[in-house]
Design a protein around this ligand. Structure first.
Ligand SMILES: Cc1ncc(COP(=O)(O)O)c(C=O)c1O
Length: 457
């Protein structure tokens, strides 16, 4: 294998240039997690600098969170925080993939789909689904959505509801329509990876707030909102937080609402998992009708393929959000909106959610049994498990070792807003296609946790 030799920029001190070159080469993919860097002496010889300069350069790279020195083995590239949060999703035979936040799929979904499609096929008004409209959802459909959201404790008027192609789309719409490039968005220190990617694509700066067992801390939020430059908004997912599964208490929700109101910023509340709780928690937006945008979706509780999500906001924001929908997709497919609304209105949605809750609970119980004794966070109705790795495992080593042992897991770096404060933890998503696959993967995981990482790092 050819030796890696960084191309140094001419500016600045040599040791800084070494660290900068390593950072650049990780970003462009020349260096990958787990790659070993040349010894200090070899690199010093190749670059024509002193060994001390290389030592300082490597120390600086480690300080930047790029590398990890392992006594007696050398210096290795750590897992880098990718712009694209998802690892390449390869369907390798025998590999159990716990990385994607897949909602559970139930066989009855297909039966309900077939029934509703044949009902739609017989409906003489179905041709209306083939036209361009200013909005794909009619007032009747918005009334259905509004009644649906009342189950969560939110009481929007139908005209305060917009239909989107899911929460991912809603986030794109909200961040592009209500924020300007360069503005600051405050979020939890660990956050939904796509939020990071979308914020970046619109030129927004994320500011991280420390977390506790309930998610965003009040003290940290106040600090973030009083620091310069003044933030424009706060993003959080207070129910079954991604990735920690935290559910915020009623009291904390009220406190967050109070701080957001006092500082006159916009709350972006992502409640994509809200419907999974049998006793839903009231959205923070319910106390902030004019200071918030509330995002809900049917992806996790009904089916992701419906690609239907809902946005609720004060009437002053609706026009701008609607422009955002026009700019992105013009309108979500009316047929899917109609199908979703039928499920919300005819009881199919409630039946599916109840069935999903039972299956999630069953999976979480089995996972808790297999992972007993390990340090993890989970919720009986959450799809995910946040597992803190035991000493001496590092996240990067565990992800690599997992791939060799037949499991794919996603490391904390994908969720961390601040690269210098990445915990040694992984997220496991239990929505894998089958119960057997889940068990097999968890057993492999548990065996790996009990083993020594020494052969990896
Ligand atoms: C916090 C959060 N928001 C949004 C989404 C995306 O939701 P949708 O499928 O409705 O686009 C996810 C999916 O995992 C999520 O975890």
């Amino acid at each position: 294998m050819t030796m890696y030799v960084p191309q140094l920029e001419n500016e600045g001190s040599r040791y800084q240039a070494i660290a900068a070159a390593i950072e650049r080469d990780i970003q462009v993919g020349t260096l990958k997690p787990g790659d070993r860097l040349p010894t200090h002496r070899d690199l010093a010889d190749r670059l024509g600098v002193t060994v001390g300069t290389v030592t300082r350069g490597y120390a600086e790279a480690e300080r930047r969170g790029l590398t990890q020195a392992v006594v007696g083995r050398g210096t290795f590239i750590r897992g880098y925080q990718r712009e694209d949060p998802w690892p390449e999703h390869l369907a390798e035979p025998g590999m159990v993939d716990f990385t994607l936040s897949l909602p559970l799929h139930l066989p009855e979904e297909e039966r309900f789909l077939a029934e509703t499609l044949s009902e739609l096929a017989r409906d003489p008004r179905i041709g209306a689904s083939l036209r361009y409209e200013a909005e794909s959802a009619s007032m009747d459909q918005k009334s259905i959505v509004s009644a649906w959201l009342q189950r969560m404790g939110l009481f929007p008027k139908p005209e305060q509801v917009l239909v989107t192609c899911g929460s991912q789309h809603s986030l794109n719409v909200v961040l592009s329509s209500l924020f300007q490039p360069g503005q600051v968005l405050v979020t939890t220190a660990l956050t939904y990876p796509s939020l990071k990617a979308i914020a970046k694509s619109f030129g927004l700066k994320l500011r991280a707030v420390p977390m506790d067992a309930e998610g965003m801390q009040i003290e940290g939020l106040t600090k973030a909102l009083t620091s310069e430059p003044k933030p424009h908004g706060v993003y959080l997912d207070p129910t079954l937080q991604n990735p920690t599964t935290a559910v915020m208490s009623l009291r904390r929700r009220k406190e967050i609402a109070e701080v957001v109101r006092r500082h006159d910023v916009l709350l972006v509340e992502d409640d994509v998992h809200g419907f999974l709780l049998p006793e839903p928690m009231p959205p923070i937006s319910s106390w902030l009708p004019e200071h918030s945008v509330y995002l809900s979706s049917v992806a996790k509780c009904l089916n992701p393929g419906l690609r239907t999500g809902f946005l609720c906001a004060g009437t002053a924001l609706i026009r701008r959000l609607l422009s955002g929908i026009h700019n992105t997709v013009w309108m979500p497919p009316p047929l899917m909106v109609e199908l979703t609304c039928r499920w919300l209105a005819n009881g199919v949605a409630v039946r599916l959610i109840q069935a999903k809750r039972l299956e999630i609970q069953r999976r979480q119980m089995e996972a808790a049994r297999i992972l007993a004794g390990h340090d993890f966070l989970a919720h009986p109705y959450g799809y995910q498990i946040w597992l803190r790795l035991p000493e001496p495992w590092s996240t990067e080593a565990f992800v690599l070792a997992g791939a060799e042992a037949g499991i794919k897991v996603i490391g904390a770096g994908a969720f961390a807003v601040n690269r210098l404060a990445i915990p040694q933890a992984i997220r496991i998503s239990l929505g894998v296609p089958s119960w057997e696959e889940m068990r097999l993967g968890l057993l492999r995981l548990s065996a790996l946790l009990a083993s020594s990482p020494s052969s990896y790092f």
